[in-house]
Structures are given as C-alpha cells and as structure tokens.
Ligand binder design. Structure first.
Ligand code: FAD
Length: 354
C-alpha cells in the first residue's frame, strides 16, 4: 500500500501534521522510533504552548487532560530585580507536559484513522518511500518531522549544518503547585531560566544558555531566587537536554529519486527556544504543508514556511542580539513601563498583529 503521507517522527509536529492530513482526507502513516511506554516520548521542552498553538489544537479536536496541563495568561521577564509582565491580549497559553500532549495527539490521530507505527526507526530514503529495518514504507510525500537532529534532512540533502549560535537547553520538573499563572523567565548573563506551570502540582524548570553542556545544578545556582523557591520540592521527571539548537537548512522541500520530501517542525531548521514558539510554529508548518499538498501546490511550501517563521525569527534574533550586546536589561525596563506594549509584542510574535 502507498500512503499519501509518510511522516517520519511522531513528536507533536509530526502528529499535528498527521491529523491535518487525515482531516483533509489523506491516508497517513507515522513512523516513530520510540514506543509510547514508560515516558519514552518525553523530551527537553519548556512546554509552554502559546495561545495560537492552543487554538490550533482546539480546531483539530485535540483534547488535553487538565491533570497534565495548566493555563497561563502571559509571560514575565525578570532581570536584575526588574520585572516586566506581559499579558496575552487574545486567549491563553497552556503549560502542557509532553507526555500529556503526546497522549492527546495520538488519541486524536488514531480516531481519525492515522496509522501509527511505533518502535519503527527510519533508516534512509528509498525510491518511493522510507527504509526501515522492516522494509520500505511507501508514500507519495515523505515528511521529515524527526526533530532537531533530523536524519531525513540529511538524507534529502537539505541540511546546511549547525549554526554559529551554540545554545543548549535542559529541563526538569518539580512536584509543587505553580505559584503563578504566567510563564516566568529569569534572565542572567548568557543563561535564562524558564518556569512553566505544567499541571496542578508540577512546575517545569528549563534553562537555555550559550556555551557548552552544563549540569542542572550548575545552571540553577545562577538563579538563587529560583533555587530558594523550589528548594525541597521533589524532582518528578528525569533531566532532559538538547542542543546545539541552531540548525540550518538549504530548503524545507526536496526530492529523492522522484519522491518529494518536505520538512516540518524542528527538522525544518531551528533557531532558538527563547520565545517559546517552537510547537506553534511547527503546527502552522504542518497545516500549510497539508493544504498545499492537497491543492497541488507543494512547490509553494518553502515560501509558506518562510512566511510562518519570518516575524518570530526576527524577534528571536532581536532578543538574542539584545542579550549578547548587553542591552536586554533596558528592554526589560522598557517593557516593565509599557505592559500594554509587551502584551502586543507577545501577540505579534504568536501571529496576532492586531
Ligand atoms: C529547553 C527547551 C525549551 C523549549 N521550550 C519550548 C516552549 O516553551 N514552547 C514551545 O512551543 N517550544 C519549546 N521548545 C521547542 C520545542 O520543544 C520543539 O520545537 C518541539 O519539540 C518540536 O517538535 P517536533 O515534533 O518537530 O520534534 P520532536 O519533538 O523532537 O519529535 C521528533 C520525533 O521524531 C522521532 N524520530 C527521530 N528520528 C527518527 C527516525 N529516524 N525514525 C522515526 N522516528 C524518529 C523522535 O523519536 C521524536 O519523537 C523548547 C525546546 C527546548 C530545547
């Protein structure tokens, strides 16, 4: 059998793309190297889904378990004792455990008839499909949704290597009731700490930093106010790290022996996680890809992808630049005195200019 879409990677973006495809009447197969047991689908992520991502999931009929999630109304930046509070003018974000998100997406995909093939690792691209240890899985369009270090990107000759910004991420969860209905971001030189409410009694603690790999405790020591607040709270997930985050591509669309190959999510190139938009952007890419593929305009996907990431990437670059050259603290002070503007900036970053 030849599927319309063979998606390599059953992470959130692969699954959203699969759901979009099934809703558009396509036959979809998802190959996922891992199996969903024992929390193996967990990964390093701040787990803050921005309002556009929440609305996207609602539109697709994905139902998130409240036990593994927690709504948040905006973002707080804190640097050198200055605290800027930005509230979303439209909708709410959702802190959602990866395992909860994964369960909800898989359930929806299965109801819609998506074939989920767990524990099947793609090992290469073959004429008309994807090679695995169990043979070739045939498809009309191959979708690389296999994350930051995508193999599909390499096999299709679309990778342009690691970018110059060597940033890394690491996260853990602690068992405690979140004290805020905002994602709190603490900023220090070369490192940030992100606190995301991820359930009624879970708080996600994530770091992003420049340089080389670090231990959780070393990073936490840079934020004594956070260390003090979470002191004594039991750790409730193993540490997960990721990086280098900056991955570049030549294009997000290619062809291998006559079969088109498209990239979505982190596989399609990645800049940074500092604005918490990775999931929402990936969902929009999956949506654009499916729409263009069913209307016969696949060649337009690279332009659509560029449109999706243009503004958020500009903001991300601006933020990274501001922290590199030491002007971020002034930005925090400005946003502190103009909370309305901060809210609008967050909305624009999330795709809502007005
Ligand atoms: C520290 C940190 C904090 C972050 N915070 C946020 C945040 O708050 N909000 C947000 O929106 N984003 C955040 N992000 C970014 C977000 O985690 C990613 O953008 C998102 O996980 C991308 O999803 P994906 O489905 O593209 O890739 P992944 O989640 O990486 O999924 C890829 C899947 O492909 C599978 N796979 C890989 N190779 C193969 C193969 N050969 N065959 C079959 N399957 C394969 C993997 O097992 C995996 O399940 C953060 C990232 C980091 C590192």
């Amino acid at each position: 059998m030849t599927a319309d879409l063979v998606i390599v990677g059953g992470g959130p973006v692969g699954l959203v793309t699969a759901i979009e495809g099934a809703l558009a009447g396509l036959q979809v197969t998802v190959l996922e190297a891992r199996t969903p047991d024992q929390g193996s689908l967990d990964k390093a992520c701040g787990e803050g889904l921005m309002p556009a991502g929440v609305a996207h999931l609602r539109r697709l009929g994905v139902e998130i378990d409240p036990e593994g999630s927690h709504a948040f109304g905006g973002i707080v930046w804190e640097e050198q004792g200055f605290r800027a509070v930005g509230r979303f003018p439209h909708g709410q974000g959702l802190g959602v455990r990866r395992l909860t998100l994964s369960r909800a997406l898989r359930a929806r995909a299965m109801v819609l008839g998506v074939e989920l093939r767990d524990g099947i690792r793609a090992t290469g691209l073959a004429p008309g499909g994807v090679s695995t240890e169990h043979g070739v899985v045939h498809g009309r369009l191959i979708v690389g949704a296999d994350g930051l270090h995508s193999r599909v990107r390499k096999w299709a000759g679309l990778s342009a290597g690691v970018g110059p910004r060597k940033r890394f991420g690491l996260r853990r969860h602690v068992r405690m009731a979140p004290w805020s209905d905002q994602v709190e971001v603490y900023l220090a030189d070369g490192v940030e700490c992100y606190l995301t409410p991820a359930g009624p009694d879970q708080l996600g603690v994530a770091f992003l930093w420049s340089g080389s790999k670090e231990r959780f405790e070393t990073l936490l020591a840079r934020f004594p106010q956070v260390a003090q607040r979470i002191q004594g709270a039991p750790q409730c997930s193993p540490d997960r790290g990721s990086g280098p985050l900056h991955q570049r591509v030549h294009s997000v669309l290619g062809e291998v022996q006559g079969t088109p190959v498209a990239l979505v999510g982190d596989a399609a190139g990645y800049l940074d996680a500092c604005t918490g938009e990775g999931l929402s952007l990936g969902f929009k890419q999956g949506q654009a890809l499916v729409q263009l593929s069913v209307t016969g305009h696949l060649a337009r996907y690279p332009r659509a992808h560029a449109r999706v990431v243009r503004l958020p990437y500009t903001m991300m670059k601006g933020l990274l630049w501001a922290s590199r050259v030491g002007v971020r603290k002034w930005l925090v002070r400005l946003m502190r005195s103009l909370p309305w503007v901060f809210g609008r900036v967050l909305a624009a970053n999330d795709g809502r200019l007005f």
